[in-house]
Ligand binder design. Sequence first.
Ligand code: NCD
Ligand code: ZN
Ligand code: ZN
Length: 407
Amino acid sequence: MSTAVFPALIDCHVHFREPGLEHKADMATEGLAAFHGGIRTVCEMPNTNPGTHTVAAFADKVERAKRIADKCDIRFYFGAVASAHVAELEALWTKPENEALKKRCSGLKLYLDNSTGNMKADESVVEEAFALCGRLRIPLVAHCECSSINNEAAEAHPPTTVEAHSKRRPESSEVTSIRSAVTLAEKHGTLLHVAHLSTAGGLELVRDAKKRGLPVTCEVTPHHLFLTTADYPEMQSRIKVNPPIRTHEKEHLWVGLLDGTIDCVATDHAPHLMDEKALGPNAPSGMPGVEVVLSLMISVVAGHWPHPTAPPPACLTAGKDGGLEGIDFAALKMLMFTHPNAIFSLGCDAKDAIEVTTEGERIIRNEDMHSKCQWTPYDGWKVKGRMALAVTRSFNAVFKVRCCVSL
Ligand code: NCD
Ligand code: ZN
Ligand code: ZN
């Protein structure tokens, strides 16, 4: 058995849907879900309604987040679709009166392709944004795909299957997009963080950029680590997501985690209601993850691959007599605390601690989810190990709150 205590974790990629999409999720429900998943700090994306494109919209989100501050410390990405939004970001970053707001900003999120919210930035805006972020040292997170879908919702011929959705966003689309993002980052000296990396080709580009000393980092999601297209028959449009679930790339992503090319595990927690996800190929892309990611990862540390039917990646089992090896608690702390904390200069400390152990097991269940959408792609999966949250208060008392279903 192994146990560890580390600071409550950070998820540097979530969508909490407030304001504007509160029927799917809101800061209170998703902040609570994160809390129950051992995550205390999140960086939230700008594809809300309105989009987080102005100082005023940003300030509104910061104000709303105060309600849930005792459970979840929400930082926000600024978004930019047009030139005016880049100017707004500059104002947020440089005007003395915005100093307090700037502290709540984790960086700029740039969509190089359309995804939920259709926030693809114009070509000229992309270059402008890389330049500004390079000059002001603002971390720039890029959604890297280039499938030339101008407006997914308005497409004359929507894909008729979830597989067809995947085919429209092939591996090469991500690789091409990451290549141009790295080129722009190099040109402008931008701190580039590649969101939800999902391909071996993309991984190779990040590996190469790091070797050349460029400030390029990346994250991987639990769904790209644990699911493949073999899960489509069972999970169907519930796992429709951008970038899509892949067929073979999972193996390479785990290698990237083990060799340190991948800096963070981040969930891309993108809740949609079950009713919406039941729309087959017309379902919105994205799935929740913030409440289960730690359980899935602890299970791997505990030597149990949680997928009920698919085998674990070869790099975790090679020569290990059927067990899993390669990710330990020290690595997990790096991936889910130390690295995101450093990349986005979040200044998180060990104020709240979580205890994790490889002992015990449980079944992940939809009905245990705190997220407003009340489902998880991993419903029914058995995970080994568990965690507890130890909240240290200022008067030095230590409370232990069981965060998992009791075992
Ligand atoms: C995300 C969402 O629903 O907000 N969807 C997704 O498929 N990943 C948007 C995004 O991260 O691209
Ligand atoms: Zn994205
Ligand atoms: Zn996302």
